[in-house]
Each structure stands twice: as structure tokens, then as C-alpha cells.
Design a protein. Structure first.
Lengths: 208, 340
């Protein structure tokens, strides 16, 4: 697997955002690795915020970042900026216009830029080769089975939680069940109940 | 449907999909096409398709019943079948083979086969690709191969995707990293199948997708796919055997619970249903169960009919709200053997 941002091989762990695969470093650079674990310092938070603020007042950042933004494909008008942001070419001519950028991106994504497949109209001559026996050794791993439905009755769980909460005196129900109830109510589109439960939770937390 | 035919190793591999993308010279790529360009491409591909007996439909002229019918064939995404744009679909007489026109690439040939048979899926798709290449002016360069608007598919334009059910690997500590490393080694990618609401939830079902289209021949791609799939099957079977031997009572309990629940349930969430089907898969070959009537055909039918169902993506709010009940009805009738 390769990172779709830097093209490096993903060795350790990866993050997937909206279908884009990122390596650990890129995920960290983009601050999407594990937002909840990250302890953002004051400075980390303050400067991006300031940046956003000034951008908001002074308009979008200057075109200086995109020195080549004025280059456009002569046939379809696709700009380099469009190519960078969408990753989509507009026409065959784009391959000539942006040859260098495309080549770089291809190398990042695919690790090779040489076409060695079949020619148009030809049939690929494919022979079925025997799969060597070595393949994967049987794993000597610890078996760990997690029962799925010991504590809750499958799909009816949300309904039963809701029923329980609707009928009960809330002061007798622990926080975690109230929270589960809130989620179940939201799922069942009973937003009134969900809002009440949210307020109940909030008041409990404030009370503590 | 494509999945009704018998397939190889369907205890682990649900289906194999090969997509070949091609673009026509003389037209901009789809994002830059005008309406008249799109009409022209639709007309050209339709004509070329009719020479080999492909039926043509336009998605903007479909009613809901036809949309459901085409989506359930598994060839197209909801964005195409429900899209208002000028998409076209060519459907082959062979089950599981079709061509999508004007979706990202001008021509996307899709071929689906049940179980593990990458070569057959590839051959069926290639047959159509070669026909289009001979009868149309396809964008090709000696340097980059078949040109595409996406840098990720330029080259051979061939992508292989294999859907696998691996409850054994998922439930074995340390086996999933072994699998992901192996997949990395082949430069492939692995995704959990998406829940119907788009969220990813572990349901023991994954798709394994090829990534590379340059620096690789079709032969190498298919050899790699075959080897990788054989590895996965071997690993998954040994994990299932291992679990069923070491945690016999727990697996038996879950297997029978899943069977009973699926047989009598009245509401079924997508991910819960898929998880229960995965338990059936885990125990089917390694747990003694002469007293109940469950076969691999039934399990595969359940998987395929629950996994891709147009009603899950319906634009009608009532249908969506009623889905868990309808899904439960479908599951019950398959379990009873009413849908053969």
C-alpha cells in the first residue's frame, strides 16, 4: 500500500479520510492522525486560527503559492490548480501540458511509470501458473473470540434501551445508559427525547 | 443474478470484480464534456455495443423498478443509477458483465464472477475491451498506455477487486496484521465494506483491491491476484479451524444463535445481519450441525442479497425507514428456502 499524499510505502499504520489513504507522517502533518489523543498546545491552536482569521478578512491567500496557476491546458482549460486539487485531468492534451507534474504524481501513486501492458486490440496471452505451495504458513496466533450478543439482543438493543428509558425514573438510571439511550433515541429519530436526555446528562455533569 | 452460478472457494471469496476503463480520442474527459459530447459518446458506445449484442439503457430514462433491477445486478454504483447525468449502461447477455458510459471514464467495463476466478472475470471484461479498441479510436500512448482522467488508472486501466469474508482472521489475535502485511507486499489495498449509511463498521467482510496499473502486465496482475487470494483463503481457513477447535463451545453458541436469529428475526440492521452471517461462515465447515438446514448456497445468497440491495439507497424516506423490517423478511425467506 502507498500513501496517496506522499507516495511512500505505508509500513506502520495508516489513516483513511474520505477514502484517501495516508501514511502516519502525512496524517500527522495534516493533523488527522488521532485528533482526540493529540494534546494541542496553545501555539499549535492559536496560529492556524490567526491564519484563518486573516484569510477571512483579506480574502484567499495570494496566488504566489501557485506560480503556475495561469498555465492552462490549451484544449480543455484545466489549470494546474484544478489538477492538484481534484487530481483529475480534463483531456488527452493535458498529458502533454502537465507532463512533468503527471509523471511525478504517477511515480508517487504507482511506483513506476513504464507501460508494459498489452497494445490496443490485442489479447493478453495469459497462462495460468501453478501457485507455489510455500504461500502463507498457518499462523501460530492466539485465538481470541469476542461474543457478539451476550449482553444485548442484536438489532433490538436500541429499542429495548429506549423502552426502558421512556418508562423509568431517570434518577435511577446510570450515566452510561442515559448516554446509550440518547444515541438510540437519535437513531430512532426521537429528537425530543434525545434532547431531554442530553440535558439530563449535562445537568448531571455540571452537578458533579 | 451473477452470484447464482457456482463459484470457487465461496466459503471465503464472495465474488471477484474486474473493471477495465477506456477513453475515446477526440473527446475531452467526462468532467470537461459538454452535453452534446456526452450524447455523442453515448451514441458511439451504444452502436459499438450493439454489434456484439449488448442492450443499452440510459439512466435518465429509468423508472425506480428498472433502477433497482440494474443496481441489484451489482454492476453500477448508486451515484450512476440514481444520477441525473447522461450516463448509459450496456448490459451483456452474460450475467455479471456490463459497460458504464460517461462515469469518470468514457467506458468502464465491469465483470463480476462468483467466488474466486480472477482470470475468468478478466477474460470476460477483456473481450469487450478488445472489441471497443478495434471499433473505436481509443486514447492510447506508448509511454503511458491507456489514458484516463485519473492518474491512478492510467496504464492498463485494469483493476481487480475481490470481496472476501474473513471472520476467522478478524477474530484471531495477530492474524489481521499478517494479512495486511501480505496485502502491502503485493501493493494492493484493503477496505472494509461500507455500511449502507456510508460508515465503516467491522462486519468481517472486506474488499481487496489492486492498485497498480503501470509497470505491470496483465499476466503479472492476474498472477499476483491469484497468489494473494490463495494466501487469504489458506490463512482464513486455518484461522477458522483453529478457532472452532479451541473455542468450540463459544463458536457453537454463536453459530446457533446467529442461525436462530436470522431465521426468526423481525428487524435486521445491515451490520448486525452481516456479522451474524459471518458467524455462520465461521462455523459452517468446522461445527457439527446436522440438526439444522444451512448450506453454503444459503449463506452466499444471504451475503449477496443483504450486501447489495437497491432499497438501502432508495430516495424514498418511507422505504428507508421500513428497511430493517423488509431486510428481516428477505433474510427469513432465504433461511426458509423460499428464495432458491
Amino acid at each position: 500500500m502507498r500513501c496517496q499524499r506522499c507516495g511512500g510505502l505505508i509500513t506502520n499504520s495508516f489513516t483513511r479520510i474520505n477514502g484517501t489513504l495516508l501514511c502516519e507522517n502525512c496524517a500527522r502533518e495534516l493533523k488527522v492522525d488521532d485528533m482526540f489523543k493529540r494534546q494541542a498546545t496553545f501555539f499549535e491552536q492559536a496560529f492556524p486560527m490567526l491564519g484563518e482569521l486573516t484569510n477571512g478578512i483579506m480574502g484567499t491567500p495570494s496566488d504566489l503559492d501557485f506560480g503556475n496557476s495561469k498555465i492552462k491546458c490549451p484544449r480543455c482549460g484545466t489549470s494546474l490548480r484544478e489538477l492538484d486539487s481534484k487530481g483529475m485531468l480534463g483531456c488527452i492534451e493535458c498529458y502533454n501540458t502537465y507532463n512533468e507534474t503527471i509523471l511525478k504524481n504517477i511515480l508517487k501513486k504507482q511506483g513506476s511509470s513504464d507501460y508494459i501492458g498489452r497494445k490496443p486490440g490485442e489479447i493478453a496471452n495469459i497462462e495460468v501458473s501453478e501457485i507455489p505451495e510455500e504461500a502463507s504458513p498457518a499462523p501460530s496466533v492466539k485465538v481470541e473470540v469476542t461474543p457478539v450478543n451476550d449482553s444485548k439482543p442484536e438489532s433490538n438493543s436500541s429499542i429495548s434501551v429506549l423502552d426502558k428509558i421512556k418508562d423509568a425514573d431517570w434518577s435511577t438510571i446510570p450515566d452510561n445508559e442515559i448516554e446509550a439511550g440518547m444515541k438510540a433515541a437519535a437513531q430512532a429519530e426521537d429528537y425530543q427525547l434525545a434532547a431531554k436526555l442530553r440535558d439530563e446528562l449535562k445537568s448531571r455533569k455540571e452537578g458533579n | 443474478m451473477w452470484y447464482d452460478a457456482p463459484g470457487n472457494n465461496t466459503d471465503v471469496v464472495i465474488g471477484t470484480k474486474v473493471v477495465i476503463t477506456r477513453n475515446i480520442k477526440g473527446f475531452p474527459f467526462v468532467t470537461k464534456m459538454t452535453d452534446s459530447d456526452k450524447e455523442n459518446v453515448l451514441g458511439m458506445v451504444r452502436q459499438a455495443g450493439s454489434q456484439i449484442g449488448l442492450d443499452f439503457v440510459r439512466t435518465d430514462e429509468l423508472d425506480d423498478v428498472a433502477r433497482a433491477d440494474i443496481f441489484n445486478k451489482g454492476l453500477v454504483a448508486t451515484s450512476v443509477v440514481n444520477g441525473e447525468d447522461k450516463y448509459g449502461i450496456l448490459i451483456s447477455k452474460k450475467e455479471g458483465v456490463g459497460v458504464i458510459v460517461n462515469s469518470i471514464d468514457h467506458i468502464s467495463i465491469v465483470s463480476l464472477v462468483p467466488g474466486d476466478d480472477v482470470l475468468l472475470a478478466y477474460k470476460r471484461a477483456e473481450e469487450l475491451a478488445v472489441h471497443f479498441e478495434k471499433n473505436m479510436d481509443i486514447a492510447f500512448s506508448d509511454k503511458y498506455g491507456f489514458l484516463s482522467p485519473r492518474i491512478s488508472t492510467v496504464g492498463t486501466g485494469v483493476r481487480v477487486s475481490v470481496c472476501v469474508a474473513i471472520p476467522g482472521i478478524e477474530k484471531t489475535t495477530g492474524a489481521l496484521p499478517i494479512l495486511t502485511k501480505r496485502i502491502e507486499k503485493y501493493d494492493w489495498a484493503m477496505n472494509a465494506i461500507a455500511n449502507v449509511d456510508g460508515s465503516m463498521r467491522e462486519t468481517s467482510h472486506y474488499t481487496i483491491n489492486s492498485v497498480t496499473t503501470l509497470g505491470i502486465t496483465e499476466q503479472e496482475l492476474i498472477d499476483g491476484a491469484n497468489r494473494l487470494v490463495a494466501d487469504i483463503i489458506k490463512l482464513e481457513r486455518s484461522c477458522r479451524k483453529n478457532i472452532c477447535a479451541k473455542k468450540k463451545v463459544i463458536v457453537e453458541d454463536q453459530f446457533y444463535r446467529a442461525y436462530a436469529t436470522l431465521k426468526y428475526l423481525r428487524r435486521a440492521d445491515f451490520s448486525d445481519a452481516m456479522t451474524m452471517i459471518a458467524w455462520l461462515r465461521l462455523g459452517q465447515d468446522y461445527i457439527k450441525h446436522d440438526d439444522i438446514d444451512i448450506t453454503w448456497e444459503k449463506i452466499n445468497k444471504l451475503t449477496n442479497m443483504v450486501r447489495k440491495n437497491y432499497d438501502d439507497y432508495s430516495r424514498d424516506r418511507k422505504v428507508i425507514n421500513n428497511r430493517p423490517t423488509q431486510r428481516a423478511e428477505l433474510i427469513r425467506s432465504i433461511m426458509k428456502g423460499d428464495i432458491a
